[in-house]
Design a protein around this ligand. Structure first.
Ligand SMILES: CC(C)(COP(=O)(O)OP(=O)(O)OC[C@H]1O[C@@H](n2cnc3c(N)ncnc32)[C@H](O)[C@@H]1OP(=O)(O)O)[C@@H](O)C(=O)NCCC(=O)NCCS
Length: 162
């Protein structure tokens, strides 16, 4: 399958938001707190963040159909060295076709061009299959974090040295 991967502007924010909600919907009721795309994010807030360059949006398209989307940017915890990604979302029917890998590789290439030393992401502890998937892609667990209001860790911080 021929997939185009590229960074885009806020003109794609609306359909990326809808795709992220579709992709993360299956985790509702299974992860706690529920995925952040259902907690406060909106098309308006995402468009504004992209416009202000607080978030970058990378998409995967096949014949103009949006198959995948992900946010990325300098990691606020260590902006000079770390480049993060979040909300990696692949349309359910198109999973297990290497599109997620291609988006992660595009993020890593972008991070290299920004002279970052590591790529980082946060992965829910409850989603063992995602932890394994990112380990398969070269990421390691480097810490853990706890969502506000929870009394034990809810996510791992994972990183890949470039
Ligand atoms: C997680 C997700 C992004 C993966 O996308 P995808 O397009 O299906 O992933 P790919 O097909 O590119 O697979 C990537 C690699 O991981 C491997 N992989 C898949 N599941 C795995 C698992 N449970 N353990 C280890 N490796 C796994 C694949 O074999 C592939 O490796 P390869 O390229 O060496 O063959 C997708 O399932 C999704 O959108 N899930 C819902 C949202 C979500 O949870 N996002 C991640 C938030 S942290």
């Amino acid at each position: 399958m021929n997939v185009s991967i590229y960074e885009t502007d806020k003109s794609n924010a609306s359909r990326a938001f809808e795709l992220m909600r579709l992709a993360f919907n299956e985790q509702r009721g299974f992860v706690d707190p529920e995925p952040s795309i259902f907690r406060g994010d909106s098309i308006r807030s995402i468009s504004s963040d992209i416009d202000k360059k607080e978030k970058r949006l990378i998409v995967a398209l096949h014949r103009s159909r949006l198959l995948g989307a992900v946010f990325c940017g300098a990691d606020k915890n260590n902006p000079t060295e770390d480049f993060y990604f979040s909300h990696l979302a692949i349309r359910p029917r198109y999973r297990n076709n290497g599109v997620g890998r291609q988006l992660v590789e595009e993020i890593e290439s972008t991070a290299r061009s920004e002279k970052a030393k590591r790529v980082t992401c946060a992965v829910r502890i409850a989603l063992r299959q995602n932890v394994s998937l990112f380990e398969h892609l070269g990421y390691e667990i480097v810490g853990e974090g706890t969502h506000a209001g929870f009394d034990s860790p809810t996510y791992y911080n994972m990183a890949k040295v470039l």
